[in-house]
Ligand binder design. Structure first.
Ligand code: ISE
Length: 340
């Protein structure tokens, strides 16, 4: 692969995120094309591939990776299918963009980490898209430069209008809070060492049995404390914000996006309906950066280490949620391949 060639991508999993990435590669970003689509639903991939020039449908990820037109893999299948697809990609030394989670638990994430280390080089960018959001990038740069001194605390809010059917308490950690886990580690450049979860009396708008809202507390190795209000059936839209409290100032992102109006005795603006709209540009930038780096023969962005650390904090988070206790996070020592 040279930087002049168009990257042939196999998109594995064509559900909500996978089909959005197919559209993104086809219509939005440059330097790549969808060379193969993979799903257990054969009719679905046949139909999808028929509408894309030079795209082949597959039901088996490994077979798609053997397609001569495929140079790289985008994994957007459900989390439990990620480990096998990642190991198949490593066996062919193919570059991978893997949607979060890397894998659903730390034991399987560790197996992936070990397999990548055996290759001797990084192959995977994990899809923590908030790292590509313009607001989060600004906050990261302020913290990096130490503009307001050392960061002491983060206050996060993560609100979804509603949850899809079958959304469980464990999923509130694995699917939703996992983003705050990643931005905490990324912004503060510290590992999370302990988790607590408080569960107030739930809203009547949440499905029976779902704890909603929740307050999640992280402690970091650097002694910072991070709180996250998670409210996934707030009913009014999608809101994600983060305030960093530093030694000599605070910086907050995620409020007041878009046009602010005064009319008919009211002031205010619109709230984005969901995460696909709120983070659309971040998803575009994430995939473009992956394609660009891959065509240069490089790997950048969130690594398998970040995926593993997130899985370990999620496991502690689910235990903290069910026991009501403070749960410490177990991490192996960071391998040399993933040094900062
Ligand atoms: C979903 O899977 C996401 O990744 C969204 O960013 C998050 O806001 C939502 O709560 C999750 O279910």
């Amino acid at each position: 692969m040279t930087s002049h060639q168009t990257l042939g991508v196999a998109v594995i999993g064509t559900g909500r995120m996978g089909s959005d990435h197919v559209r993104r590669i086809n219509d939005v970003i440059s330097g790549a094309r969808v060379a193969a689509v993979v799903d257990i639903d054969a009719d679905r991939v046949k139909h999808l591939a028929a509408g894309i020039d030079g795209c082949a449908p597959y039901t088996d990820p490994a077979a798609a990776m053997d397609d001569p037109g495929v140079d790289a893999v985008l994994i957007a299948s459900p989390g439990p299918a990620h480990e096998a697809a990642l190991l198949d990609a490593f066996a062919r030394d193919l570059p991978v963009l893997c949607e979060k989670p890397l894998t659903p638990d730390p034991a399987s994430a560790l197996r992936v980490l070990e397999a990548e280390q055996k290759l001797g080089h990084r192959r995977v960018q994990v899809g923590f898209m908030r790292r590509y959001d313009a607001d989060y990038l600004t906050l990261k740069s302020l913290l990096r430069k130490g503009t307001y001194g050392r960061p002491l605390m983060l206050h996060n809010k993560h609100r979804n209008a509603d949850t899809p059917p079958g959304f469980t308490n464990a999923m509130t950690i694995h699917d939703s809070v996992v983003h705050e886990i990643d931005v905490t580690r990324w912004l503060l450049e510290e590992e999370i060492t302990a988790v607590r979860v408080l569960r107030p009396a739930p809203t009547g708008n949440a499905p029976e049995g779902l704890s909603d809202p929740q307050l999640i507390l992280f402690e970091t190795a650097g002694g910072q404390v991070v709180d996250t209000e998670l409210f996934v059936n707030c009913g009014f839209g999608y809101q994600v914000s983060c305030e960093a409290v530093c030694e000599s100032g605070t910086a907050r992102i995620g409020d007041d996006r878009g046009v602010f109006v005064n009319t008919a005795g009211h002031w205010g603006g619109a709230i984005t309906p969901g995460f696909v709209e709120r983070f659309e540009e971040a998803y575009d930038r994430q995939v473009q950066r992956w394609v660009d780096a891959t065509r240069r023969g490089e790997v950048e962005g969130p690594s398998c280490w970040d995926g593993y650390a997130a899985a370990a904090v999620c496991e502690a988070g689910v235990l903290a949620q069910t026991t009501g206790e403070r749960v410490t996070v177990d991490l192996i020592e960071r391998p040399a391949l993933y040094e900062r």
